[in-house]
Design a protein around this ligand. Sequence first.
Ligand code: CU
Length: 145
Amino acid sequence: MKSAASAGTAVFAAALAICPAYAGTGQSAKCDVHNAPCFAVTDTGIEVAFSISPKPVRIMEDLEFTVKLSRKGKPVTGAALVLDLSMPGMFMGNNQPKLREEPGGQYRGHGVIPRCVTGRKTWKAFIAAERSGIVEKVSFLFEVQ
Ligand SMILES: [Cu+2]
C-alpha cells in the first residue's frame, strides 16, 4: 500500500479496512457502531463518517448521531441531511433525528432508537445528503444493545 498523503487519509483508509465501503450498489455496509465510526464513500466521492454515542449503543437511550462529510479529507459544508433509522423488513415508526450543521462539515442531532417487540437488534441508518441539487446516499447496518 502506498503511504497516505495525510494523517486524515491514513485514518480513513484504516477505517475502510475495518468497515467495508459502501460502493453505491444499493447495499448497506455493516458497521460496528460500538467501537468505531461507520465509513462509506458515495458514487461522487463524498466520504461519510457516521457515529452514535454514547457507546455501547443502547435502545431507549438519548443518543447523539453525528455525520461528518468530507471530500479528499476536506469538510463538505452546507448540505441538507436526512438521517433515517429503520429495521430491515419491519416498520418501526418514523425515526429521523434532525441533524444540525456544525463547523467542519459535521452534522449532529439527538434521538432514541426504540425497542423492538420481536427482540431483534439490527437497524439500518440511511443517510441522504443534498447539496446543490445533488443527493448523495449511503446506508449502514448495525446492531444495538
Ligand atoms: Cu422491530
